[in-house]
Design a protein around this ligand. Sequence first.
Ligand SMILES: NC(=O)c1ccc[n+]([C@@H]2O[C@H](COP(=O)([O-])OP(=O)(O)OC[C@H]3O[C@@H](n4cnc5c(N)ncnc54)[C@H](O)[C@@H]3O)[C@@H](O)[C@H]2O)c1
Ligand SMILES: N[C@@H](CCO)C(=O)O
Ligand code: NA
Length: 815
Amino acid sequence: MNILKFGGTSVGSLESITALLGILKEQQGAENPIVVLSAMSGVTNALVEMAENAGKGKIYSEEMAAIEKKHFEVIRALLPAIAQNPVLTKLKIYFNELEDILQSVYNLRELSLQTKDLILSYGERCSTVMVSHIAKQTFPNALYVDGSELIKTDHNFGQAKVNTYLTESLIKDFQESNPDKLLFVTGFIASNDEGRITTLGRGGSDYTAAIWGSALNAQEIQVWTDVDGMLTADPRMVKKAFSLSELSYTEAMELSYFGAKVIYPPTMIPAFLKRIPIVIKNTFNVDFPGTYIKHGAGSSKLPIKGISSIDEISVLNLSGSGMVGKAGFSGRLFSMLSREQINVILITQSSSEHSITFAVKPSDALKALALINKEFELELQARKLEYPEVENGLAALAIVGENMKRTPGMSGKLFHALGRNGVNVRAIAQGSSEYNISVIISKPDLSKAVNAVHDAFYANLKRTLHVFCLGTGNIGKTLFAQLEAQTTFLATNNDLQVKVMGVCNTRKMHLNEDGIALNNWEESLENDGEPADLPLFIKKMKALNLPNCVFVDNTASYNPIQFYKDVLQSSISVVTCNKIGNSADYEQYAAFKQAARTYGVDFHYETNVGAGLPIIRTLKDLMMSGDRIHRIEAILSGTISYIFNNYKGDKLFHEVVKEAQDKGYTEPDPRDDLNGKDFMRKMLILARDAGYPLEEDDIKIESMLPPACLAAATVADFYQELENNTEYFEKLKKRAADDNKVLRYIGKLEAGKVEITLQMVDDGHPFYMLSGSDNIISFTTDRYKDRPLVVKGPGAGAEVTAAGVFADIINVGKR
Ligand SMILES: NC(=O)c1ccc[n+]([C@@H]2O[C@H](COP(=O)([O-])OP(=O)(O)OC[C@H]3O[C@@H](n4cnc5c(N)ncnc54)[C@H](O)[C@@H]3O)[C@@H](O)[C@H]2O)c1
Ligand SMILES: N[C@@H](CCO)C(=O)O
Ligand code: NA
């Protein structure tokens, strides 16, 4: 036989009660199930409020009328007129009784726990009378059962303790004498040996179901609710939370202890002891399998089962030399707290025994503090203990799963995910059962932390990178197009989802918590965007406090640079193709690297040198493995490379420059390429990455332009001056051709010195053969001594640069 328990939402409306009847029909079989019901949703809370109001001499008639209406509407809608009377009469009697009781409370201005239990009992009695009458239309054998008569408890009103032996025999007898009936039993309520109504405390209807299940050795207990079972995390916080197909009892206990409100753990004990499986099902999604809680379900493939959280806790810390090596301190502390009914959520003690930290509900914190001050008065006065303080604004997060016991690296994964996202861990606890690792963190970090941990553990889900992009020009635009085109590829091949959360250019900015659709980012920036304000953009990005964030700089501007450090220190990775940051003063360059290291995030800038070509990465790999750079020789201006490779025949120099600009090879301002500045920046960055703390002034640049071109005040003037100097460039070209040579602008780093020179090279030179916007770089090192390591290929252009930025973003996701 099965026990079917329906919670408040499952008896809360016409639709849910209709669904409930459908479920019963579906499960009709040889044996009648036992149906246990809660009060209609909202009714218990209303009763508590009415009772408390009455006790304070406040009016409660509005709530009373609302409760009546809620029940009567359902009856009128679901029962034919002739069948309505008996149930309406019965409920009227209940409501009259309830009014009388409330009136007495009102008159006396006194609400005892005993009276409160009595008042609350009307919630379950009304709903169960109502539903059992409605059910009679379909199931003539339906019978209303006042469960309070069968569950016997002590006198502890509000949270009575069940007399199991007596209760089980009463239930068995009752069921045996009504074998053909379909029983509709009130949940939550019981009675003591004097016959006074008591209640079973939080989760009481589940408890009723478990008690009946245990008494009758049920096959399973079904808990029908309004969610698809127990989820991996709180779905209000974690959009990707999913329903768990099975859990062990222990796991369910651990998960529900910390937040998963679907069932309340102590209620499961009777079922646990008899190994009766519990199934959590959704009344509003009947076909969904739900969650099975049963023995032996702890060893499923998931590394952890769920992440539970408490969003508000307070922490107290008892410390002092007086505790070291002395037995009894923690005993005194915790027995005192338990005597005073203060529930301790989590405890940690350092092995030095110098301090004990414990967490309680914020509402208990001051009381706990006062109790400690009293209990340890002497030790505190003698300075053997420090005066404790309450720390508020904290939250707790726990990963739960029996599999953790057998799997190393679980805590590593947890702390890595937290650390990388800048979540500071205040205290840690792991039970020796290894079913649960709990951490205390600051409350504002909770949502980010739970999401980050969820992403880290459920490899079956796609991890999400949250990306914030500056710049929507040449590179920015191309990056968005590439990201959009690769969405599916990333999802299937990398289990990665790249979500652009914010876009900003010089005119406008737009942030969207749900992400910006890449197929119409331009429209949404235009229509939903606000005027650009970079500091505000960054402030809003930080305020979203999302896990796995990347800040992408696709501008050529000085402004974003000043925020890099702050962004990195907020545990947000930075990806940039903007060379200005790394090529300004050395101190700043070093500070970015340091910030990334300290905060465990990435700072990627592959496209600073040679666009998408793997140059920065190659140098880093060499350095990391202990190689030493003797010499770097390179052509690192895609623009100049293109110009020298295409300045042939009748084409004039300035025309080729324009071509390079039109092809997207040049900097936003092409003067930066031709005056050698862009090349200088790249050499400077390489030198720094190779271990030389150089500054701009340390680099010698031979200009390839006549002085007038260098002096041009605007881009238009610049082109004009290039044209005016046509003869100069023609001569240069001719000289090279006459000697069977080609023009090359070459950078060299040797013995810590950097120079960039204009050279004419013949076909014996390794840099002779280049085409298009090719870059080439050769590294001579300890290991690559006789033949250098060479990287060559297109070193400019929107596609290859955006691709490099893209790869840097993915590399953040890979970690
Ligand atoms: N073209 C290439 O081959 C190549 C290769 C490697 C690196 N890069 C680098 O890529 C970067 C972008 O180049 P581009 O050709 O796309 O430039 P672009 O001029 O086409 O676009 C720049 C974008 O940045 C925005 N912007 C400028 N200042 C800003 C600020 N303070 N805040 C927000 N947005 C701002 C502009 O509105 C524009 O959308 C440059 O730093 C360049 O050096 C380019
Ligand atoms: N303007 C740059 C782009 C690549 O950094 C070049 O021509 O090399
Ligand atoms: Na590169």
